[in-house]
Write a protein of this length. Sequence first.
Length: 428
Amino acid sequence: MRLSQLLFPTLRDDPKEAQVVSHRLMLRAGMIRQNVAGIYTWLPMGLRVLRKIEGIVREEMAAIGCGELLMPTLQPAELWQESGRYDSYGKEMLRIKDRHERDLLYGPTNEEMITALVRDCKPSYRDMPKLAYHIQWKFRDEIRPRFGVMRGREFLMKDAYSFAADKAGAEAAYESFFMAYLKIFSRLGVTAVPVRAATGPIGGDLSHEFHILAETGESQVYVDKAYFAENVNELMFTKAKGYYAAADELHDPSQCPIPPEQLATKRGIEVGHIFYFGTKYSAAMGATVTVANAQSVPLEMGAYGIGVSRLVGALIEAHHDAGGIRWPVSVAPYRLAIVAAKPDDEDSVSKAEQIYRNLSQLDGDVLFDDRPERMGTKLADLELLGIPHVFVVGPKGLENGMVDWKERASGKTTAVPLAGLEHLYAHF
Ligand code: ATP
Ligand code: MG
């Protein structure tokens, strides 16, 4: 992509309305623009990050056999009257009337809609469990939208649901989502701690929030330090959920099994929440399955959310420095940018262009900074935006067949031969 053609409105100064670093950097790096409180336009650079996060989530959902569908943003009030939540949900729900005076709402979540869907599909106990997810915009009229996309009113969520014939099936589904979440966050380049969460009337230990640790987190979490020494990719479910990790509401210092010196007390950003809630919705809405002896039983359900748009902010909270964002390569808007050091030196400009054309044939993850700006300005913008790798093509290096390779993570610059660029890019 040619940067000169993109909507990429960078800001030199910190916007006054932004209280946290991720919000400041997203505005300064031209990723988002606010329309009204808590509602944002995603500009090209922001949307690419959002899409890359979605891509990783989709792959890991497929890996556990969870199929994607897409439910609408608008829902009929009747569904929520069936479950009993229409009145209890309160002011966070945006209620709408259509031209026939029919009550609709902009979905804050989808338990009711999917329960009605599965009920109508009349699943057989022989093909249980049923797993499904979608990635869809939600609306919650948060009383205090803040921290940019981290607490928005309109936000993108991946919400998955599992339906099983019995509790053991529901527990097995819970386990596979729990493990998929560890993989997703690891691929996103962060540690997200599974923190025990309140289960409500069902009890048990099958509700976890996943928290990214960062000073600006809204929750206080207490975590056994030993957890941080684990290799998440090799961790087993029983062991992972056995570590002590609790948020404020569930942490009682007098009952804590971990000695104080082994307990990390940190701020956390909730980026995911998984929950087993038994037959709460299925019983109220008549979503049943016929089991072996021709008896009908309500389905055992679980719900599994990830805050996809919140994650964009949370990843920045975890990865930034004085120069700007430091994206993990897996979610950077582009893996590589190419810059001609001297915009008025025809040779280096045409060489840069040629490198750009070659590499963008391999995949579309290359940005060509062809803006008519000084090199210093371009490099500062690319650093702010957090592009992991930059090739600087200038007359001096070209004399010896070399370009400069700048790495965002280490800040290092290395001269590399023109002939090796394809190979290098393939390894980014
Ligand atoms: P919170 O306690 O932060 O309000 P929640 O418990 O209301 O979150 P869930 O209903 O479990 O959230 O939704 C699943 C996920 O959606 C959350 O883990 C979070 O990552 C994300 N999320 C929830 N509310 C918002 C919001 N207002 N803006 C952005 N993301 C959100
Ligand atoms: Mg909430």
